[in-house]
Write a protein that binds this ligand. Structure first.
Ligand SMILES: Nc1ncnc2c1ncn2[C@@H]1O[C@H](COP(=O)(O)OP(=O)(O)OP(=O)(O)O)[C@@H](O)[C@H]1O
Ligand SMILES: [Mg+2]
Length: 455
């Protein structure tokens, strides 16, 4: 019998339209949480890239309710970050897999997906465009956009250029989306509190649909050092990376090629390495055969004389700032509460460096706030990890390996935050998106204070 099959290709936008749950948009409450998280992380990245303490205003406003018990919300975020150069605005916000973070340096964003998928979700649930206003300090550009999902292209509906007498720089994104804030609320508040803890130099204001104002004031203006972009380390390369480097290199021979494109190398190291692989240093890179490339990549795995990966692509928070964030968000009293923060030396994972930072806090102030037992806060790349808590090794160490009864203080600490900061981490990003939002939240949400400002 002849099979009646239809073959077609779909665009990346179409893929996420069909599989939005893998990007964290599986249900209306989860969608609210993911949308806030994606936009906030973009804003924090942009402010850090500018080198200015983030000043972020977030507002979620209920516009109408739907027959299925959910609501349509307007979500607005304003930041004082780098802004987006005009020519990149439509693509950054209207094309999946487009962005400025595909480099070897630490940032929250990695995929070129999060903000755009939020806009896509808003569009498919409300059929409304996104409004983006942005400036890098020159003119202000004001765009209304939609996404052509089938072709993964932005559709510019309106575009305005405005004068910028006050030299404002930053980005404002405003979109509509379907969601369920009442069910997402505790998760959103917990996420904001932990974000404020690990980014103590950020000033974040959130106005929720009930008109309540959540203020997370910064505890310091000091920021961690900016990460630097680095070359790949030989231990982190694969056949595809090597093939791409060879196709674009201007170097004339393999010795120059290794010296030019990799970190962790020195003249004597490269000479020894090429000798081990059996490649003449004078060989032209472009003359390498596929089997030579595979041999070379395999050899990097077992050659142990490369220098350690350069950790300057990382931006660890550091003891002082970490302490400030924890004290601020857990309201610790230095006279009675115990807090210890440590930062480890850089280590490596498949050629990529990472730094582990951890803290333990204990005392009457936290006891009052938290449930009995241990509350574990986990972060990667300064992002709170709220999901899959028990799947991490930290959970096992804290809950199983440490016998708290033999420690001083003899009872378990009420709080134990920790973070690592790799540009490519063993903590899988999708891991933040796999569990349902209604899982029990640990820790307390901040209490609302006052009323929202007139905006
Ligand atoms: N608030 C902002 N300020 C400046 N640039 C922004 C802002 N929001 C988005 N961008 C730009 O748009 C790009 C796409 O954002 P998007 O969130 O889709 O991907 P990403 O942040 O690169 O990666 P990820 O998928 O991990 O979030 C970013 O790389 C950045 O260049
Ligand atoms: Mg992003």
């Amino acid at each position: 019998m002849e099979a009646n099959l239809t073959y077609q290709s779909i665009s990346p936008s179409d893929f996420f339209y069909r599989n939005r749950e893998i990007a964290g948009f599986s249900n209306p409450s989860r969608a609210i949480y993911s949308a806030i998280r994606e936009l906030l992380e973009n804003s924090l990245d942009a402010c850090e890239a500018y080198g200015e303490p983030p000043q972020i205003y977030l507002r979620l406003r209920e516009v109408t309710t739907t027959e299925s018990g959910t609501s349509i919300y307007q979500l607005r975020i304003e930041d004082n970050g780098t802004g987006v150069p005009e020519e990149h605005i439509p693509l950054c916000f209207g094309q999946v897999f487009y962005g400025s973070k595909y480099t070897l340096k630490q940032s929250r964003g990695t995929f070129g997906l999060g903000g755009t998928i939020t806009i896509l979700y808003g569009q498919i649930t409300t059929h409304k465009p996104v409004h983006v206003i942005s400036s890098t300090g020159g003119k202000i550009y004001d765009y209304e956009l939609m996404i052509d999902i089938q072709h993964n292209r932005p559709i510019v509906l309106k575009r305005k250029t405005l004068e910028n007498r006050r030299k404002w720089h930053g980005t404002i994104v405003e979109l509509y989306l379907e969601g369920d804030y009442p069910r997402a609320m505790s998760r959103v508040c917990e996420y904001l509190k932990q974000t404020a803890m690990i980014n103590p130099y950020a000033d974040i204001t959130f106005v929720d649909p009930r008109g309540r104002l959540f203020r997370f004031e910064r505890g310091t203006k000091k920021m961690p050092p900016l990460p630097r972009e680095v070359k790949p380390h030989p231990h982190g390369i694969d056949v595809e990376t090597l093939r791409r480097l060879i196709s674009t290199t201007r170097t004339k021979n393999m010795f120059q090629f290794m010296m030019e494109h990799f970190q962790g190398v020195r003249k004597s190291i490269v000479e020894r390495f090429l000798q081990t692989v059996g490649i003449d240093p004078k060989t032209k890179p472009k003359s390498l055969k596929p089997e030579d490339i595979v041999r070379l990549v395999r050899a990097t795995r077992t050659f142990n004389d490369f220098l350690r990966p350069d950790a300057s692509c990382l931006s660890p928070i550091g003891k002082e700032l970490f302490e400030t964030g924890i004290r601020k968000e857990l309201n610790l009293d230095p006279k009675v509460d115990f807090l210890k923060v440590v930062q480890r030396k850089p280590a490596t994972y498949s050629g990529f460096p990472f730094i582990v930072e951890a803290a333990v806090a204990y005392g009457p102030s936290i006891k009052k706030q938290n449930k009995p037992g241990i509350t574990l806060y986990r972060f990667a790349n300064r992002i709170p990890l709220l999901y899959d808590e028990a799947s991490g090794v930290i959970w096992k160490v804290v809950n199983k390996n440490i016998n708290w009864s033999t420690r001083s203080p003899p009872t378990p600490p009420s709080s134990s935050p920790s973070t690592s900061a790799p540009p490519r981490s063993p903590t899988r990003r999708w891991g933040r998106s796999t569990s349902p939002i209604d899982r029990r939240s640990r820790g307390r949400s901040p209490t609302p204070s006052g009323r929202p400002p007139a905006h």
